[in-house]
Design a protein around this ligand. Structure first.
Ligand code: GAL
Length: 635
């Protein structure tokens, strides 16, 4: 498969006379896909029932006639103003009880039955109109679920749906009281109708209540998406997709992914570095105009799993964005590097956001491939160059990695519910593991807690909140060595300490007797180097100690094929652990210099240099902000 490029375009923002020239220029740039429609509801249906699709018909025709494949968006992330007159209670409500009002986007509650019906209605209208249109080659449902912190709502529709969901999950109020431990602080209920949403309580609500609400919240997003999938499926044979985000964990992406054909995500490397990544100032300065060297690949690999092998970048940062605290420009070469890196990780399509910078609205300072007046912005030449690179490269067959990380959204919900220590964060823990594997030159796959992995040398499952024997069995059967912990099997699904103790790993005599959390400046050193930070467990049991803390307590215990880790490793400890584990399973590793990353596909060994300066590795020089595709086995 030869990867392709695309762009996001808003025909409703520009005079119709410009469309044909825009389309021709997109083709000249080597772009093959164009996404449209996802925010255009007010132009599709200016007043209820007044459908105006003539302009969209002409837009699809103009783009298609130029040779572009259209991704049609359903416009449900931006309900028009009249929708609120029709459904005044459709707005989401924040945890403080305030409505999240009209005037931007994503102003809806996922549980509002009336709004879900409106979404199904507009999806049907668009599906009937364009489902068999030869130019429409894919469908995007909604836009970025969860963006602007919108996955959860604390309003009346959510409350009503939550009670129904609870009754369905627990069957009886007695069962719920027991499962949640409501005898604690006399929190017992007599009926499901008494249960409120877990906000505005005096002090923290019962973690079981919060975790149930988080599971419910995820199910609502899945159901919202499914309502449009069900409408569109019979109307089109084109693939259905959604564009996910970076470090947004509020809903189970694997579950939505199961209903769709392709996972896509929106990659803004420089924005992410400044607004959603823990790193020291030196790191943030070194990669200010490039983005973190692992953040993009992490999501590429994660969404490859969510898409069951099929994934795209739907929105690729092309220049400075408008929404991060600081918005520097990418260094020359980075737009091309990000695009080619995605390809190395298996992307079928990389699509830039957006074609031309908007002169109005919230994102007028957000770069496009063109400036507002239609001149080329710096990203344009790099898009062109990437298209040439892809044409030269031809097929890039994705390869299976030898190492996998088990990623579990529900573990994040659990640990944000009760972090126990301010530094303990699920994403941060998993990302630190991912980074360590990449520092060792390894390529990484992700698996979910319901997958049946096969033929991995090593599987890491850090922070996996709930363990059951079937899951542990699948992981152990799927690899030579599995490493669980820290904080594995620490709770039940209903947020109680498991009766059999923690972590409850079959075949490993190891139990967690005590947990401590530490402020960032305090670490628990491990004999031989490295330390645990944020989170430390005191382990006992007959399983051999493979590493010890300097105070003599075990830092790592294990037997053949199964290890348990007692703390949140700092970088040095992760590096030692990966070296030890890969040595145990005879998997060669190659230390990578800072900022240089390697990704193996079935056909290529790809070297990606996030540094501004050239780096030499294994006798190969890679220029700053450059990517080298080497035939496999060249290294
Ligand atoms: C994404 C979103 C786009 C646009 C972009 C700006 O989150 O899907 O519509 O807002 O960010 O960077």
């Amino acid at each position: 498969m030869t990867p392709e490029l695309g762009v996001c375009y808003y025909p409703e923002h520009w005079p119709e006379e410009m469309w044909a020239a825009d389309a021709a220029r997109m083709m000249e740039t080597g772009l093959k896909w164009v996404r449209i429609g996802e925010f255009a509801w007010s132009r599709m249906e200016p007043t209820p029932g007044d459908l105006r699709f003539d302009w969209l018909d002409r837009a699809v025709e103009t783009l298609g006639a130029a040779g572009l494949k259209v991704v049609m968006g359903t416009p449900t992330a931006t309900p028009p103003r009249w929708m609120l007159d029709k459904h005044p209670d459709m707005l989401a409500v924040d945890a403080q009880g305030n409505p999240r009002k009209f005037g931007s986007r994503r102003h809806y509650c996922f549980s509002h039955a009336g709004y879900i019906r409106e979404c199904a209605r507009i999806a049907r209208i668009i599906g009937e109109r364009y489902g068999r249109n030869p130019h429409v080659a894919a469908w995007q449902i909604d836009n970025e679920y969860g963006c602007h912190d919108t996955a959860l709502s604390y309003g009346p529709s959510a409350l009503q749906a939550f009670r129904v969901w609870l009754a369905d999950q627990y069957g009886s109020i007695e069962a719920l009281n027991t499962a949640w431990g409501n005898v604690f602080w006399s929190m017992e209920y007599d009926s499901f109708d008494q249960i409120d949403l877990p906000n505005l309580t005096v002090t923290e609500p019962n973690p079981a209540h919060v975790l149930a609400f988080r599971r419910f919240g995820s199910d609502q997003v899945v159901a919202f998406n499914k309502a449009q999938v069900d409408v569109l499926r019979p109307l089109t044979d084109a693939p259905l997709l959604h564009n996910y985000m970076g470090r947004v964990l509020e809903f189970d992406h694997f579950e939505i992914g199961a209903d769709l054909d392709i996972a896509t995500w929106d990659s803004y490397p420089i924005g992410f570095l400044s607004d959603r990544l823990e790193a020291d100032e030196a790191h943030k300065t070194a990669f200010l105009q490039q983005g973190d060297p692992d953040m993009q690949a992490f999501h590429h690999d994660l969404y490859r799993a969510v898409g069951r092998g099929r994934w795209w970048v739907m929105e690729q940062q092309p220049g400075p964005v408008n929404w991060a605290p600081y918005n520097p420009a990418p260094l020359p070469g980075m737009v091309r590097l990000w695009s080619l890196e995605a390809v190395a990780n298996g992307a079928e399509v990389v699509s830039y956001f957006r074609w031309r910078q908007a002169p109005f609205g919230q994102e007028q300072m957000h770069a496009g491939l063109q400036t507002p007046s239609g001149a080329d912005a710096p990203g344009m030449a790099e898009a062109r160059q990437t298209a040439d690179d892809l044409a030269r490269l031809g097929d890039v067959a994705p390869g299976k990695a030898q190492v996998a990380i088990l990623f579990d959204y529900a573990s994040d919900w659990a640990w944000t519910t009760q972090p126990q220590g301010a530094g303990f964060d699920y994403f941060r823990l998993v990302f630190s593991a991912y980074r360590a594997l990449r520092r060792a030159g390894l390529s990484v796959d992700f698996i979910s807690a319901t997958d049946t992995p096969q033929d991995y040398r090593l599987i890491l499952a850090p922070g996996l909140a709930v363990l059951d024997d079937a899951l542990v069995g699948r992981v152990l059967n799927g690899c030579d060595l599995a490493i669980f912990g820290p904080r594995a099997g620490a709770i039940t699904r209903d947020f109680q300490i498991p009766a059999q103790g923690r972590p409850g790993l079959p075949n490993l005599d190891c139990s967690v007797d005590l947990v401590e959390t530490l402020p960032p400046e305090s670490k628990r050193p491990v004999v031989g180097g490295g330390a645990a930070a944020h989170w430390v467990e005191r382990l006992s049991g007959t399983a051999p100690d493979l590493l010890r803390f300097e105070d003599g307590t075990p830092a790592l215990k294990g037997t053949d094929g199964l290890w348990y880790l007692a703390g949140f490793p700092d970088d040095t400890l992760w590096d030692r652990l990966i070296a030890k584990a890969t040595d145990t399973v005879n998997l060669p590793i190659h230390a990578m210099p800072q900022g240089l990353r390697r990704r193996r596909t079935a056909t290529h060994d790809v070297l990606i240099n996030y540094n501004a300066d050239p780096v030499t590795w294994n006798g190969i020089e890679i220029a700053g902000c450059d990517v080298l595709f080497l035939e496999r086995d060249d290294i």
